[in-house]
Design a protein around this ligand. Structure first.
Ligand code: SF4
Ligand code: SF4
Length: 718
């Protein structure tokens, strides 16, 4: 086992990403598991009040974090009262040293382990092996990873990246048998191979799913049964668990069980749930208490801090400790689905890994992986603990940029240009007049433009067409301003014209204001807070000058930025926070604004054709849109057919598609293939970024033409 137990020398991010993208087996492995996990999770919550259980679990987790120092004391006293020895809280080195000391004290030569991310976090296996202690991983996924000499790629399913054919090779190697790639056969062979080790081991090492302060109890959850054997058969049981696992009462621990198995594997309850309160004991002979009967005589619990207190005392990041390690965020992450956890993470992988890695292992280890987040928000939408994961990833990104870990001179200049209205206009007009410059740039040897998705800038942007629009100047009608956003302005001005026509038809007096600056979303997404703040202030000032009741945007990304991100950007400056709040109060996304009015009776069902829908991330996860789009299209006369998963990211993600064009291309291909299965002639999109990205994709036979919702609705008002 030594190969697998050596300290994981983690290759640089770029190498990991390249390996992931070049691997032939990884897409197969991810494709065989992740969709199933998400489907099972969705089914498990389909008849339940997910938001209610999320609020309950999140509230309990938050309350426990508030009382953490007190809970540490309470837990220590209660656990020691039942004969457990409690160590710490301590850091990674302290936890390793404590575990080694306990093993030396009991002259342990071999340990059996159950799956534990806390022991991965502190690289325990390597330290034990260096000390001459044999380590046997008994969770089947961890066993595979150990035999392969790799590291877990998923916090719940460590061997998710390993296809069954490779699993057969690995288990054959470990057992000396020639095994077929049949999961039942492989599981049986591995279980037979491991069975005797539980008996022979001098100690069992586990993590914990919860530590109950009131009773000093460890809660352990598993399906294979190995956690029970590892915690019950050896004479010594060592638990290594983060202080974030502390909960006040058994009721808090069982509340976790309502959501954890459902979110992780779609099970209503895991096969084995153990509550362990101290060493095994008996008083059957004259009530004389003897310790260590069938179970361990010695139980040690090592409380691990290792950056957790720093997270807890950071008000913005604190909720990251509410995590119950279910892995659902990874399962739905569209980027994780393409590259897996070795690229998207460090030791902790997936979306939650991007949050905790800087605190457990250092900011430098998250520089590359955090750039893989496309800011789609899917992770937060399934988190049973209610963690605003994508918002917190933004914080990590800003931190990485501020510390110089993720700064990029080219990107900084480009964002600076977006913040400069005149520079933006000059650059866009030049690009529109010289498409040959782009073509030439792409052909130059080694040109980075070859890989970048460069848009076709329009010679007549929306701002040049405003004078030609027929707009009502009535003082009686409700006045609204139309905010096109940079992409509509420069790339798809026809969307802006359609939006103005629809709003006019609904009876609004539209001020087609020439907003000339960017709302700041690209800088927000890229973590460049100074540039983002500058653009936010320009936009707020522009809105303040308008005498309108609403500012309507056909970009759900711009609307989302103004509605949600401006508050975060301005929270350190109370005057700007108030100005941003007042400005944002006027902002509306086109979809819900038009849906609220409804299509006038005389215009109903004027359109025809089959349409499928791409729910943009900002529309679905940011603004909660979805039913409105379907209702509007149906009322307009279109036949709507679904292309599941309609809300999955298309790969645009602001600067994401420029930073990781190959990953973005694969995400788009997946969407286009889904559209093609519907037979729809048109794909309705209500976000100009997605529209641009989908239009730029290579033709996929049968995939409909992407069109903005405003243009589809124009068909009924013209
Ligand atoms: S926001 Fe989207 S891309 Fe980013 S980590 Fe979450 S699910 Fe993944
Ligand atoms: S962040 Fe939420 S979804 Fe992700 S592993 Fe933790 S609890 Fe599960």
């Amino acid at each position: 086992m030594s190969a697998g137990s050596a300290a994981h020398a983690i290759p640089p991010f770029k190498e990991r990403l390249r390996e992931a993208l070049e691997s032939e087996s990884l897409p197969v492995a991810l494709g065989r598991s992740l969709p199933q996990l998400s489907e099972r999770r969705n089914a498990a919550f389909s008849a339940r009040d997910f938001e209610g259980s999320q609020a309950d679990l999140g509230g309990r987790r938050q309350a426990a974090l508030d009382r953490m120092p007190e809970l540490i004391e309470e837990f220590t006293a209660a656990a020691e009262a039942v004969g457990t020895v409690v160590h710490g809280p301590t850091d990674a080195a302290g936890a390793v040293a404590t575990a080694l000391q306990v093993l030396h004290d009991h002259e342990v030569q071999m340990v059996v382990k159950s799956k534990s991310m806390a022991t991965e976090e502190i690289q325990l296996n390597a330290a034990l092996e260096d000390d001459g202690i044999e380590v046997v991983e008994t969770d089947l996924g961890e066993f595979l990873v150990q035999v392969a000499g790799e590291r877990p790629s998923h916090i719940v399913a460590p061997a998710l990246h390993i296809v069954r054919e490779r699993a057969a090779e690995l288990i054959s190697r470990a057992t000396g048998e020639d095994l077929p790639p049949d999961p039942d056969v492989l599981v049986g062979a591995a279980a037979r191979h491991l069975r005797s080790r539980f008996i022979e081991a001098g100690a069992g090492i586990t993590g914990a799913n919860a530590l109950v302060a009131a009773t000093g109890t460890v809660m352990l959850v598993c399906n294979e049964g190995n956690t029970r054997l590892a915690s019950a058969l050896p004479p010594v049981h060592i638990v290594i668990a983060g202080i974030d696992k502390l909960v006040p009462t058994l009721a808090d621990a069982t509340t976790m069980l309502e959501s954890l198995p459902r979110s992780a594997t779609g099970q209503p309850i895991s096969t084995y749930v153990s509550f362990i309160s101290g060493p095994s004991r008996s008083a059957d002979i004259e009530l004389s208490l003897s310790m260590g009967v069938h179970g361990p005589r010695h139980v040690h619990i090592v409380l691990l801090d290792n950056g957790r207190e720093a997270i807890r005392t950071n008000p913005r990041m604190r909720s990251a400790l509410q995590c119950v390690r279910c892995g659902a965020c990874s399962n739905v992450c569209p980027v994780y689905q393409q590259v897996g956890g070795h690229a998207m993470g460090h030791i902790y992988t997936g979306p939650i890994g991007l949050l905790v890695t800087p605190y457990h292992h250092g900011l430098e280890h998250v520089e590359g992986p955090q750039s893989l987040c496309a800011s789609c928000g899917a992770c937060a939408s399934v988190c049973p603990a209610g963690i605003p994961i994508h918002d917190l990833i933004q914080d990590v990104r800003e931190w990485a940029v501020a510390e110089g870990h993720s700064s990029n001179t080219m990107k900084k200049r480009a964002l600076g240009a977006l913040a400069d209205e005149r520079l933006l206009e000059r650059g866009a007009r030049l690009a529109s007049k010289a498409p040959w410059l782009q073509a030439l740039g792409r052909r130059l040897p080694g040109s980075p433009l070859k890989r970048l998705p460069l848009p076709n800038v329009q010679r007549r942007p929306f701002r040049d067409r405003i004078g030609e629009l027929t707009t009502t100047r009535s003082k009686i009608a409700t006045r609204v301003a139309y905010f096109p956003g940079c992409l509509t302005d420069w790339l798809s001005p026809e969307t802006g014209e359609a939006a103005v026509a629809v709003l006019e038809a609904l009876g609004f007096a539209v001020e087609p204001v020439p907003f000339s600056s960017c709302c700041g979303l690209p800088a927000i997404n890229a973590g460049y807070k100074d540039e983002a703040t500058q653009m936010m202030r320009q936009t707020v000032k522009a809105i303040e000058q308008l005498e309108v009741d609403a500012v309507v945007s056909t970009s759900t990304s711009c609307a989302g930025a103004m509605l949600h991100d401006y508050a975060r950007l301005s929270e350190d400056d109370s005057a700007w926070a108030e100005r941003a709040r007042v400005a944002a109060a006027k902002v509306r996304d086109f979809t819900s604004f038009v849906a609220e009015q409804g299509i006038p009776d005389e215009m109903l069902a004027r359109a025809s054709g089959v349409v499928t829908i791409h729910d943009a991330c900002q529309s679905k996860h940011g603004l909660g849109l979805g039913p409105e789009t379907r209702e509007l299209l149906t009322d307009a006369g279109y036949t709507v057919v679904e292309a599941p998963p309609s809300g999955e990211c298309c790969g645009f993600g602001g600067s994401f598609s420029f930073d990781h064009p190959e990953v973005a291309r694969r995400m788009r291909a997946r969407k286009l293939e889904a559209f093609a299965t519907t037979g729809a002639e048109v794909v309705c999109v209500d976000n100009p970024g997605c529209l641009m990205h989908l239009k730029e994709g290579p033709a996929v036979a049968g995939a409909g033409r992407p069109v903005h919702l405003a243009e589809l609705l124009r068909a009924v008002v013209d």
